[in-house]
Design a protein around this ligand. Structure first.
Ligand SMILES: Cc1ncc(COP(=O)(O)O)c(C=O)c1O
Length: 385
């Protein structure tokens, strides 16, 4: 089959490829510690699963409205208003199968061929993939290690041009765990408002924070007509396989995004949406416990990595990734990631899986048990010393 030209510009998410390679090694009887995939190793809270089962038994097995069930849109609007300090209404919410479609839909809806999109690099690989796919021009904003990967706002502002159609932010950030402090958000918001540029703020890790409080650019003055917040249930409630996410955006734009959903997936599964209502309404103790556990693991992995010759590691402020600098080992990111998997049985991702500026780094997801993290650290140390 002859593929369309645009398919040659579609990227991918390496985590899934590394997972397949790691599973193949395991099938040959090799032991692998999985620090590659970005998903909590906790179970979905029991009351959420029970709500889904009750919904299935009650017959919530049919199509629903494209933008999402009214009760979930209302619950998300309330949650967003409370946590972000924005005045969100149900009409501003579009529920999608995971947060990822919001990226795709928003880029499709706003960016024409030749338009520029600013995005973090290293960063979630799907941003660049989608921008290129639709013919946009990706304009990377390099995250600097010396600034604790806090997105270099001056650099971002210097790259805004008359062709900039969209700014993508991600805080807390995958793969570095960095956050954008409030003064940085303010400077970006001022520029966005001045030039009328929409901002897609990916806040999927907004509740997985250790030493800081979550701030959303959507709450800053003048941002309401320009802010699109991406969030979801995958990380916060350990619901990656449920495929449940959402965007909060100006109501007229939400209608356009819902139209893209009508044209693609029709709607998000109905019983999973009812489980989402239960997740937002129910006890949040499981989220707090998970974040406390991630914090313990973060400290162990950061200290462990720092103790290995040739490795330096910034302490991440959020999400569940460590992004150590491995320049001192003499390896490229890809070469070390490959050796770690093939020879030491530690699955991780090369920093370059997150863009060119990820060179010299690896990403370790510490969404794994302390025992496994210790085991991985021992294996990395053995390989490098
Ligand atoms: C930065 C970022 N945004 C969005 C997503 C998408 O999450 P989901 O589609 O599972 O909601 C991920 C998943 O890894 C992510 O790391």
């Amino acid at each position: 089959m002859k593929l369309s030209e645009r398919m040659s510009r579609l990227g991918t998410e390496t985590a899934f490829e590394v997972l397949v390679r790691a599973r193949a090694l395991e099938a040959q009887g090799k032991s692998v510690v999985h620090l590659e995939i970005g998903e909590p190793d906790f179970d979905t809270p029991a009351h959420v699963s029970q709500a889904a089962m009750a919904a299935l038994q009650a017959g919530a097995t049919h199509y629903g409205p494209s933008a999402g069930l009214p009760e979930l849109r209302a619950a998300i609007a309330d949650d967003s208003s409370r946590r972000r300090g924005v005045k969100a209404t149900p009409e501003m919410v579009v529920v999608t199968p995971g947060g990822k479609p919001i990226m795709f839909f928003v880029i499709l809806a706003l960016v024409d061929p030749g338009d520029e999109v600013l995005y973090p690099n290293p960063g979630f690989p799907i941003y660049e993939s989608m921008i290129r796919y639709i013919g946009g021009v990706p304009v990377p904003v390099r995250l600097l290690e010396e600034k604790q990967f806090a997105l270099d706002v001056d650099q971002l502002l210097s790259r805004v041009s008359r062709k900039t159609r969209l700014i993508i932010l991600n805080s807390p950030h995958n793969p570095t765990g960095g956050i954008i402090p409030e003064d940085g958000l303010r400077a970006i918001a001022d520029a966005a408002v001045k030039h009328g540029i929409p901002v897609l703020s990916d806040e999927i890790y907004g509740r997985i924070l250790y030493d800081a409080e979550h701030k959303s650019i959507a709450a800053l003055p003048g941002m309401q007509p320009l802010a699109i917040v991406l969030d979801g249930f995958s990380k916060t409630y350990a619901m990656t396989g449920w495929r449940l996410g959402y965007g909060v955006m100006p109501a007229p734009f939400a209608q356009q995004v819902a139209k893209l959903q009508t044209n693609s997936t029709s709607c998000t599964a109905t019983f999973t949406q009812l489980a989402g209502v239960a997740a937002l309404a129910g006890d949040q103790g499981s989220v707090d416990a998970m974040v406390a556990e991630f914090k313990r693991r973060r400290d162990v992995i950061v200290e462990g990595l720092r103790a290995i010759p040739g490795i330096q590691c910034v302490r991440p402020k959020g999400a569940f990734y460590a992004f150590p600098n491995i320049f001192g080992t003499g390896y490229s990111a890809r070469a070390l990631a490959d050796r770690l998997l093939d020879e030491a049985g530690v699955a991780c991702l090369a920093g370059t899986a997150f863009g060119e500026f990820g060179e010299g780094h690896l990403r370790f997801s510490y969404a794994n048990s302390l025992a496994n993290i210790e085991e991985a650290l021992g294996r990395i140390r053995a390989l490098l010393t």
